[in-house]
Design a binder for this molecule. Structure first.
Ligand SMILES: *Cc1c(COP(=O)(O)O)cnc(C)c1O
Length: 353
């Protein structure tokens, strides 16, 4: 319907729908790809020991301590690291800074649902490129005229990683536009492109503390790229969105990066639980994509995704169902603890048998 009066000037926006946050504690929550394990104990200590009197002052505007910590970890200079309030803030800065051309930007038809949101808000022209039937990205499809490219590696919600030699092929064919790779899930599998940053000055990687570092509630994300591109992201953040990362988050983030052993142990636990879950699901008649993330993307040969979703929900197990073309018979299920995974498997067995 045509909008009337002042309403015709309202933003035309399809609201982003996040995974449901249940109120009850008895729910097994496998619907938002949060980490099954808490953050490093060093994060807890950093927060407990945080000197609250410094909150009187504004935080370090450039989040320098955290940039330096991340730069050292990834072997970069601090000027090549951008820090924001969650990677959604980082992505917003990237879209604003990099996608200002007349040609459409490209991203997969099945991917992170925030990309179309930012394109709509910022009026960025875009073209979606269909994934192949097996939900993989075919880099040959990205050798067309475009104003930039963004895709997650591993992709979401498919969980499938793209081979690095394929990424190199895509980058070689796209030297004149900026390519953003959303490496939200890269710590759980796949190969990071950090070492390609020196070769491709048009490449930017975005990361988050929300998934592999168990800090979704803290809102911390970052990006890595050339000093030039990162300076544009900083300029955008400082002018459009002057909400620097807060002082407590900087301290917590530094502690999380410092505790590398905890980080690696947590990931290895989740990866082995993931592999066990996929195997058990195989035996129950599921077909699951090869996951390189902390979630699986799966369908059953007899029960519809909607049916399984509803049954699990009844049992207090929340998973993600997307009522969207191509993927409406799939479920995205976050890998939980071993105990949660056992409960998930028994619930599914109850339905199937
Ligand atoms: C979770 C997620 C993000 C955003 O994470 P933040 O919590 O905003 O840091 C970005 N990209 C993808 C693909 C995600 O799944």
């Amino acid at each position: 319907m045509e909008k009337q009066g002042f309403r015709k000037n309202l933003i035309n926006i399809e609201p982003y729908v996040a995974g449901e946050q249940p109120k009850s504690d008895n729910i097994i929550k496998l619907n938002a790809n949060e980490n099954a394990y808490p953050p490093s104990p060093m994060v807890g200590m950093a927060i407990a020991e945080f000197d609250s009197s410094v909150l009187r002052k504004y935080p370090d505007f450039s989040a320098e301590p955290l940039k330096s910590e991340l730069a050292a970890y990834y072997g970069l200079t601090p000027g090549r690291v951008f820090v924001g309030n969650g990677s959604d803030d980082v992505l917003a800065a990237a879209f604003r800074a990099f996608f200002n051309g007349d040609e459409p930007i490209l991203y997969p038809d099945v991917t992170y649902s925030f990309y179309p949101v930012w394109c709509d808000i910022l009026k960025i022209p875009y073209k979606t490129i269909p994934l192949k039937d097996d939900f993989t990205i075919d880099v040959a499809d990205y050798k067309i005229k475009n104003g930039g490219i963004i895709f997650p590696n591993p992709n979401a919600p498919t969980s499938i990683a793209l081979d690095k030699n394929k990424i190199t092929e895509l980058l070689d064919a796209n030297r004149d536009v900026i390519v953003v790779i959303d490496e939200t899930y890269i710590d759980f599998g796949g190969e990071s492109c950090v070492d390609l940053l020196d070769k491709y000055d048009n490449l930017v990687l975005t990361r988050t503390f929300s998934k592999s570092r168990s800090l979704a509630g803290m809102r911390l994300g970052f990006a890595m790229g050339s000093e030039e591109l990162i300076s544009y992201m900083n300029a955008v953040k400082d002018s459009y969105n002057s909400y620097p990362v807060d002082a407590v988050a900087i301290a917590a983030g530094c502690a999380a990066v410092k505790d590398d052993k905890y980080f690696k142990d947590t990931i290895s636990k989740l990866v082995s639980t993931r592999e066990r879950l996929i195997k058990e699901f195989d035996a129950l008649g599921f077909e699951t994509a090869p996951s390189a993330a902390n979630f699986i993307f799966t369908r059953h040969d007899k029960f519809s995704a909607k049916e399984i979703f509803a049954f699990l929900r009844e049992k207090g197990i929340y998973v993600r169902y997307f009522n969207k073309p191509r993927i409406d018979n799939y479920l995205r299920i976050t890998v939980g603890t071993d105990e949660e995974t056992d409960k998930l498997i028994s619930a599914v067995k109850e339905l199937i048998n």
